[in-house]
Design a protein around this ligand. Sequence first.
Ligand code: NAD
Length: 339
Amino acid sequence: MKGALVGCGFFAQNQLHAWSEIEGVEIVALCDRDEDRLTQTGEAFGIARRYTDAAQMLAEGGFDFVDIATTVGTHRPLVELAAQHDLHVICQKPFAPTLRDARAMAQAVEATGKTFAIHENFRWQSALRHVIEEVRSGVIGTPFFGRVSFRSGYDVFSGQPYLAEGERFIIEDLGIHILDVARALFGDVDRITATTRRINPAIRGEDVATMLLAHSGGASSVVDCSYATQRVLETFPETLLEIDGTGGTLTLDAGYRLRVHTAEGTTQTELDPPLLSWAERPWHNIQESVLIFQRDFIAALREGRAPETAAADNLKTFALVEAAYLSAREGRTIAPDTL
Ligand code: NAD
């Protein structure tokens, strides 16, 4: 299986490391508008075919899929270009600038019959995945309450300066991941209510969001995120969980510590993710999830099934993002299906 990657920036380095670990997959071409980044990345990963123009790279072809790792403003034209060339596509989150763009992109690839996945990796973090599987297996019965929480004071702006500049920040960048985790745990969402705040005066968008979700299956969840929280322990980039079910409770606490309490007793499991050879603390849980996500994408292609975070599924997560902003702006509860 051969792939090409567009956008050799901050996060793409993880994607390239992960591709190099997946058997039978080779990234044969790279593209970035920035020649320095293109050269550095090409040298680091030994990839000789390099382009500053994605259209040219796709016209020359010689690969089965394209991995789009640029920021959101270029996602739609690049996905549509990939569709014109009949390629399988992975596109980084957030899906698109608007839901309308996202739907058009999904339709463009669907019309080709090729596979289109969004690089939504949080639900693939091994600790979160362990909990998702436990909940789905019914260990604590049917969940009726959940909290999915990401609160930190970590400086994300030095590595990703664009995060300080956008009108939207935390829901679009980080909330999107934990809204997706809430969907993976408790199912689709009928209604969402959100509040937002900007605490850090040096950025444009909101850095605190608190969201209440009513899930179709009957559970309620609180999905909360902050990059304005100074605390001990600093838990970046961990997502913490608290789930009440009809047959017990479960918490995933700081340090990847899982506690499950049922009538049979209480168990504690340490879920600290492995430190891959190319990974660095504290990002190692995210880096591992990139590898697991990409493996699922390749397995899906080989098995002829949809990847778990296929575009069609991720449209529902993205609709929650749009609904959360609308709710916060207008001070009302939104049904994402109506958007
Ligand atoms: P970045 O700015 O560091 O890198 C983007 C690169 O894309 C740049 O090198 C830029 O020159 C290049 N580029 C932009 N448009 C291009 C085009 N049309 N053709 C060729 N090259 C182009 O950004 P980043 O921090 O790596 O983020 C990239 C994406 O990854 C964002 O959408 C971000 O939200 C996402 N991201 C995801 C995670 C995750 O956990 N899934 C984590 C961080 C970032």
